[in-house]
Design a protein around this ligand. Structure first.
Ligand code: NDP
Length: 318
C-alpha cells in the first residue's frame, strides 16, 4: 500500500471502540500519546447489544451495556482522545511507521497500532438463516426477545451464551427449545443448572439445524437427529443462534500470526503481537475469557505496552 507523504501521522492509532479499545484510549490519552480511535462499524462493541450488565465491577446494581460504553467513550474523550467514525479497511505492517487506510479513503501513518476489533457472532451457515435475519432469525436475544411474546422460539448452542439467551427468552416466549449438537452442555455449571430447571426451556440433544423454514418470516426449523439421521420440523417463530464468535481480524491476516480461527497471537503476559509496535487486546485475541472486564483489562495492558514500546524502541525504528 502506498500512501501519500501528506498522510496524517499519529503516535497511536486504536482500531475499535469496544471495552478494550476505549480503555486503551483512556490510558494512552492520559500518557499524552494523543490517540486516535477508529470506531469501526460497531462503536461500543458487543456490549451495545446487551441490556443489563450485572458483572462489571463497580456497578452494584448493574448497568445497561450501551450506557456503560457511553461512559467509556466520554472518559476517553475527557482525556483528549480523538474518536473517528471511520473504519480501517487496509493495513500495511511491512514497513515502519505503519500505514493504514480508512473506508473514507483517509490515510494514516501510525507509530504504534492497537488492535481492538473484537468479535462477531458466528452463523450456522444456512442460506435461509441469512435471508430470514431480522424476520425471526437473530443472534441477540437481549435485543430481539421482546418481539416473541407468547411464541415458541429455539436457541441453537450449548454454551453460556445459549443458556443466557434461553433464560432471557423464557420471560417472553411461550416455549423455548435449546437445540444442541451434543448430549452435554459446554456452559458453566451454574448456567446449566439455572436453565435445566426451567419448565419453559426444553432441551433437544444431539441435534442440528438443517434449514430455517418460512417465506417472509420464520415458520419453523428443520432438525436432524445426528445419530439416527431422522429429520423433524419444529414449529417456532424465532431462531436465536448462540454458537460462539468470530474474531474481526481478517484485514490483519497477511501481517500477523493468528490461530486457525483468527484469534491474534499475543506474547504471554503482554499484548505484543508478532509485529513489533502492533498490539492486540480484547476479543480479537482472547478466545478464553471474552468478558467486558477482561477486554478492558487487556486494553489497559495494550496502552501501557505501546507507551513503553514507543519510549524504548519506537525511536530506533525511525
Ligand atoms: P462457546 O464457544 O462457549 O459455545 C458455543 C456453543 O455453540 C457450543 O456449545 C458449541 O457446541 C456450539 N456450536 C459451535 N458451533 C456450532 C455449530 N456450527 N452448530 C451447532 N452448534 C455449534 O460460546 P459462547 O458464546 O456461549 O461463550 C463464549 C464465552 O463467553 C465463554 O467463555 C462463556 O463462558 C462466556 N459467556 C459468559 C456469559 C455469562 O457468564 N453470563 C454469557 C455468555 C458468554 P459444542 O459444545 O459441541 O462445541
Amino acid at each position: 500500500m502506498m500512501i501519500a507523504s501528506k498522510s496524517e501521522r499519529r503516535s497511536v492509532v486504536i482500531i475499535g471502540a469496544g471495552a478494550a479499545g476505549l480503555t486503551a484510549a483512556i490510558y494512552a490519552a492520559r500518557a499524552h500519546l494523543d490517540p486516535l480511535v477508529m470506531r469501526g462499524p460497531k462503536p461500543g462493541g458487543q456490549l451495545t447489544t446487551t441490556t443489563s450488565v450485572e458483572n462489571y465491577p463497580g456497578f452494584v446494581h448493574g448497568v445497561l451495556g450501551p450506557e456503560l460504553m457511553q461512559y467509556f467513550e466520554a472518559q476517553a474523550a475527557r482525556f483528549g482522545t480523538e474518536l473517528s467514525y471511520g473504519s480501517i479497511t487496509e493495513v500495511d505492517f511491512s514497513q515502519y511507521p505503519f500505514e493504514l487506510r480508512a473506508d473514507n479513503a483517509h490515510a494514516l501513518i501510525a507509530d504504534a497500532v492497537i488492535i481492538a476489533t473484537g468479535a462477531t457472532p458466528r452463523w450456522l451457515g444456512l442460506e435461509n438463516e441469512r435471508r430470514l435475519l431480522g424476520r425471526g432469525v437473530s443472534t441477540c436475544a437481549t435485543c430481539d426477545g421482546f418481539f416473541f411474546q407468547d411464541q415458541a422460539v429455539a436457541v441453537v448452542g450449548g454454551g453460556d451464551a445459549a443458556m443466557e439467551s434461553a433464560l432471557l427468552l423464557r420471560r417472553f416466549a411461550s416455549q423455548v427449545y435449546v437445540i444442541h449438537r451434543r448430549d452435554r452442555l459446554r456452559a458453566s455449571k451454574i448456567m446449566q443448572k439455572l436453565a435445566l430447571r426451567q419448565e419453559k426451556i426444553r432441551f433437544i440433544w444431539n441435534t442440528q439445524v438443517k434449514d430455517v423454514l418460512g417465506e417472509n418470516e420464520v415458520e419453523g426449523i428443520l432438525l436432524e437427529q445426528i445419530q439416527t439421521g431422522e429429520t423433524t420440523v419444529l414449529p417456532v417463530k424465532g431462531m436465536f443462534v448462540a454458537i460462539g464468535h468470530q474474531p474481526n481480524t481478517e484485514i490483519f491476516r497477511t501481517w500477523l500470526e493468528m490461530d486457525e480461527e483468527g484469534y491474534i497471537f499475543t506474547h504471554s503476559d503482554s499484548t505484543y503481537t508478532s509485529v513489533s509496535g502492533v498490539f492486540a487486546c480484547g476479543d480479537a485475541q482472547d478466545r478464553i475469557y471474552r468478558q467486558a472486564v477482561t477486554a478492558a483489562g487487556s486494553g489497559c495492558m495494550a496502552a501501557i505496552d505501546a507507551e513503553r514500546w514507543l519510549q524504548q524502541e519506537g525511536e530506533s525504528h525511525e
